[in-house]
Design a protein around this ligand. Structure first.
Ligand SMILES: NC(=O)C1=CN([C@@H]2O[C@H](COP(=O)(O)OP(=O)(O)OC[C@H]3O[C@@H](n4cnc5c(N)ncnc54)[C@H](OP(=O)(O)O)[C@@H]3O)[C@@H](O)[C@H]2O)C=CC1
Ligand SMILES: CC(=O)N[C@@H](CCC(=O)OP(=O)(O)O)C(=O)O
Length: 312
């Protein structure tokens, strides 16, 4: 039987390269590659987009929309790493752990939108609590999210690693201060919230790793659970998942945003007491936040064990 053909449009970018790395040792697929000098040539891309069984789009939003338009057959399936299609009808949202029937919904989809990195951490913490009716949908949530600079792609990496690195890049920087960050739509929709969280992303002077935190007063949650009980609830929700785990931060740990860097896992750490709780998602923006998640979705679409070829 012939192997499924996979093409990465944007193979030289930060996310594309990481997907290539994960696929390079796989014998169960055939990786199609484009000549370096033709990687932005529309006709050459179009030929590969139509030859492939599954394509990863690791492109800016506009180029990702254009790539989808270049597909003229009904067999090529798409995993889009960009923000372009995450809340668009007809696209499955690629966060399998939050999907009741991932094999049927993501596994059989022709079009899968890979989640945004900040959205992944936020949703892993908030969505189960809303769907279990513990966190009211109208709760005024706040979220801050630390990320390494690789989250900003090649341009931001060049800024941080270039010789003319400005003084401001040596300190954490709060961005998205217009409070209209591009992940808010998917955060609100897939958490099942009535309104978007107030969201402060922060980029700092390290390559990769994320710590995305939500917080609440326990007295406004149904049943008024303690922080420890929230940890138990989330543990039960994610029981059996291989990429997402939950711990209760009883020892008052320092949570380092690069704790899970280099892996495709995500750990939810629940801290607090009877009255207040914070839930922090620790993961790699290039792992479960992008490329690892994209490969997890590809595995599901190929009917394989979803964690094949991932870094545990
Ligand atoms: N980095 C991360 O942690 C995450 C990224 N994403 C998303 O994934 C997508 C890719 O991001 P990232 O890899 O970081 O970005 P990069 O800028 O690192 O890579 C994008 C790649 O696409 C290429 N490209 C741009 N326009 C075209 C085009 N018209 N045709 C073909 N290739 C093109 C770029 O080439 P050139 O550089 O020469 O312009 C570059 O190689 C984005 O939508 C991003 O938002 C999602 C989650 C996390
Ligand atoms: C540090 C940095 O700039 N990070 C990016 C998020 C990366 C990501 O998830 O991108 P997409 O939603 O485009 O896929 C940002 O906040 O816009």
């Amino acid at each position: 039987m012939s192997k499924p053909k996979i093409y990465i449009d944007g193979q030289e970018g930060t996310t594309g390269l990481q997907i290539r790395q994960r696929l390079s040792s796989r014998y169960d697929i055939e990786l199609l590659t484009i000549d370096e000098e033709k990687r932005k040539d529309t006709e050459a891309r179009k030929a590969l987009l139509n030859e492939a069984d599954i394509v990863f789009l690791c492109l800016p939003d506009k180029a990702a929309r254009e790539a989808v338009r270049l597909i003229e057959n009904d067999h090529t399936r798409v995993i889009d790493a960009s923000t372009a299609h995450r809340t668009v009808n007809g696209w499955a949202y690629g966060l399998p752990e939050l999907c009741r029937y991932p094999v049927e919904v993501i596994g059989k989809a022709m079009r899968v939108a890979n989640p945004g990195c900040h959205a992944t951490g936020f949703l892993a913490a908030a969505a189960p609590l809303v769907s279990l009716h513990i966190l009211p949908p109208d709760y005024p949530l706040t979220c801050y999210s630390l990320t390494g600079y690789s989250g900003g792609g090649r341009k931001m990496i060049a800024e941080y690693e270039g010789e003319e690195k400005g003084k401001e890049l040596y300190a954490p920087r709060i961005y998205g201060t217009d409070l209209h960050h591009k992940h808010l739509a998917e955060m609100t929709k897939y958490a099942g919230l009535d309104m978007p969280p107030i969201f402060c992303p922060i980029v700092d002077d390290y390559y990769c790793g994320m710590a995305t935190t939500i917080m609440f007063y326990n007295k406004y949650l149904r049943g008024q659970p303690t922080a420890e009980e929230i940890a138990l609830i989330l543990s039960a929700y994610y029981a059996g998942q291989k990429l997402i785990s939950v711990t209760y931060g009883r020892e008052n740990p320092m949570l380092s945003a690069n704790r899970l860097a280099g892996t495709d896992r995500l750990e939810l750490v629940v801290c607090g007491h009877e009255d207040q709780t914070i839930v922090t998602a620790l993961f790699d923006n290039l792992g479960k936040g992008a490329s690892g998640a994209a490969v997890q979705n590809m595995n599901l679409m190929l009917g394989l064990d979803e964690i094949t070829g991932l870094n545990l």
